[in-house]
Design a protein around this ligand. Structure first.
Ligand code: SME
Length: 160
């Protein structure tokens, strides 16, 4: 049985999240199973999200992977939206107000802010991890830091 224990400190929850994800990656070799559980674990530990999940880079398209939330855009073509911007710039993208990001793709009209972090396999982008929130300016340096740690763990898993 998997028990998710949460406490009042946001950072302690994020540390717990990292440890749970490490345990999963240490015990299962299937990437899709792991990405599915990682999206569920983030959804348990990170408050105020309306969607969290992966898009996997296939040729130039980002194709929907494991996620938590409402059904989402299946295939995002190169050049479109925040997720492809993260691929193009090869960087984390933190958007405090999606209505001010030209070209943002609204899979869910409730989304107001968004954090996108690349996941690498042998130094090439394998996927992006996308977190959406119905609150403006939801993601701070704290979330950037811990979600980047999650992506580093996945990158290590993929590159070993
Ligand atoms: N908003 C993203 C699309 C993915 S959904 O948010 C799940 C974008 O602009 O790329």
């Amino acid at each position: 049985m998997i028990t998710i224990v949460k406490n009042k400190s946001v950072e302690k929850n994020y540390i717990a999240m990292i440890n749970v994800i490490k345990d999963f990656l240490d015990t299962e070799d299937d990437i899709i199973a792991n990405l599915a559980n990682i999206s569920a674990i983030i959804n348990c530990y990170v408050e105020k999200l309306n969607w969290v999940g992966f898009y996997i880079l296939k040729d130039e398209d980002l194709v929907l992977g494991p996620f938590q939330g409402n059904p989402a855009c299946i295939r995002i073509k190169a050049g479109a939206g925040v997720c492809q911007y993260a691929v193009r710039t090869n960087k984390t993208v933190n958007v405090p107000n999606v209505n001010e990001f030209e070209g943002h793709i609204a899979c869910d009209s409730k989304t107001l802010s968004e954090l996108v972090v690349p996941v690498y396999k042998n130094n090439n982008i394998y996927a992006i991890l996308d977190l959406d929130s119905p609150f403006l300016n939801r993601f701070s340096a704290l979330e950037e830091n811990y979600i980047s740690k999650v992506c580093s763990l996945i990158s290590d898993f993929l590159s070993k």
